[in-house]
Write a protein that binds this ligand. Structure first.
Ligand code: FES
Ligand SMILES: [Fe+2]
Length: 475
């Protein structure tokens, strides 16, 4: 396949490039030099989800975002959203927050009247980033205190999907150009109007990519989330095959329509409780009320008709309750979404009916990452709950995590350990359903090879919709 020609790249920055698209070298998940290459070549050029916007509703509200030792302040100003490198222009102290890099920052406050005040010698800046005070000004030469030059250094910021995204690269393509049609698809599904209902975080002893890749295929469901496969075996068997080695459930060809609908409802209940809201309780309730709806006589005909009825009822009833939700049947036709939608490099969404789960994963070191989950849903205007300003941080094996992520977390640290086994050289990927892992890894290689922004953006746009998909040529 005609991929990017790495031979053209002045080398040395990527010690373990993906040479065979079906084989991902194990060292990419723990090698310190590879981690350094990502820190220098990937993260500073990628759009990073920095915060949810409901955290900063008022002018002057700010929140700190950290990644790999870099700290950024995202501020709501009169004109919109601004972002600044979080360091004092005097001697470098973070001017706000700065105390909690290991858990992702998350300091917050309001600077509308106070401005930002450096805790070391008290220099000040307003929310527009302008310097407003230098203590003992006469102690400095005037040419050291040029007003424009003393301003806080700006970081590029764009808003989308209820979030602020930052990018340290002045030359990076825009967020929309970088990510492609996936953004429009999620907007059609009401993404811009969602708000966080809860926010959990955990530190996982695994490379950030291992954690990301645990959500790039549904091939693991049969073994990792057996209750999901058992609820609707037809869905999984149709995709991955009937032969589950006696572990999963085969499709029952004699299942009645009524039993199948019961199973569909049980599956929605599992998704709702197991994900604590990705399929929201209010939506399950609406589906349950349609358990006895008149349906065609065969399962094959009845199931899509039932889903259409459920989606219609959810849209109608939630709109009647004042929520700005999409017409689910219309957007299923016009803008179909995938079970998981990825926004390279470290943010992804699991859309389901009108609600979504949203995940962000940041590296804390070569073999540690910070893993966050938000449950997102719509609220009628005026009925929004106060937004969570910090995540509830739990150990990854906490029973307080919803069941499905807990099942995913149970594999991730083990897999990280397995990578170090003698004789384990590479991930052996299915080119049919684990393609996204390969495509992601090869896009990382494009960054490490310093490919130009347009090449990176074109490759990144191909990843949208690639969940459970094939290995693709990226360039
Ligand atoms: S380091 Fe900030 S005022 Fe001195
Ligand atoms: Fe999973």
């Amino acid at each position: 396949m005609a991929d990017f020609d790495f031979a053209d790249v002045a080398g040395g920055t990527n010690p373990f490039p993906v040479a065979d698209s079906r084989a991902i070298p194990a060292a990419r998940y723990f090698d310190a030099e590879f981690f350094r290459a990502e820190s220098e070549q990937l993260w500073p050029k990628a759009w990073q989800m920095a915060c949810r916007l409901e955290m900063i509703p008022e002018v002057g509200d700010w929140v700190e975002y950290t990644n790999l030792g870099k700290s950024v302040l995202v501020v709501r100003t009169e004109g919109g959203i601004s972002a600044y490198h979080n360091h004092c222009r005097h001697r470098g102290v973070p001017i706000a927050g700065g105390t909690n890099p290991g858990t992702g920052g998350n300091a917050s406050g309001n600077c509308r009247h106070s401005g930002f005040i450096c805790p070391f010698h008290g220099w000040r800046w307003n929310m527009e980033g302008e310097n407003t005070f230098v203590y003992g000004r006469q102690l400095f030469d005037e040419d050291q205190l040029d007003h424009a030059e003393l301003a806080l250094r700006k970081v590029r910021v764009e808003t989308w999907g209820g979030c602020a995204f930052i990018n340290f690269d002045p030359d990076a393509p825009t967020l929309r150009d970088s990510l492609g049609p996936v953004l429009g698809r999620l907007e059609a599904h009401g993404m811009n109007d969602l708000r966080a209902e809860w926010w959990f975080a955990t530190e996982l002893p695994a490379n950030w990519k291992i954690a990301m890749e645990a959500f790039m295929e549904g091939y693991h469901v049969m073994m990792t989330h057996p209750q999901l496969q058992r609820a609707v075996p037809g869905l999984y068997n149709a995709r991955y095959g009937n032969d589950t080695g006696g572990i999963g459930l085969p499709i029952d060809p004699d299942q009645s329509v009524a039993d199948n609908i019961k199973a569909q409802i049980a599956n929605l209940e599992l998704l709702s409780t197991g994900m604590a809201g990705m399929c929201h309780a209010k939506e399950v309730e609406i589906a349950r009320a349609l358990a006895d709806a008149p349906l065609p006589a065969t399962v094959a005909e009845a199931v899509p008709v039932w889903w259409g009825l459920v989606q219609e009822a959810i849209s109608r009833k939630l709109r009647a309750a004042g929520e700005n939700v999409p017409d689910l049947n219309a957007v299923a036709q016009s803008d179909p979404v995938n079970a998981v939608e990825y926004l390279f490099p470290n943010y992804f969404l699991l859309p389901f009916f009108t609600s979504m789960a949203s995940y962000r994963i940041r590296p804390l070191g070569p073999e540690t990452c910070l893993f966050e989950i938000w449950s997102l849903t719509h609220f009628a205007p005026g009925k929004e709950p106060p937004p969570p300003l910090v995540p509830t941080v739990l150990p990854y094996d906490s029973q307080d995590f919803p069941m499905i992520p807990r099942q995913d977390y149970s594999n991730i640290p083990l897999q990280q350990r397995g990578l170090h086994s003698q004789g384990f050289d590479f991930m052996r990927l299915s080119g049919k359903v684990e393609g996204l892992i390969s495509n992601y890894q090869r896009l990382i290689d494009l960054y490490l090879a310093d490919a130009d922004g347009a090449t990176r953006a074109a490759a990144s746009a191909k990843l949208g919709g690639n969940f459970d998909g094939p290995i693709l040529p990226l360039t």
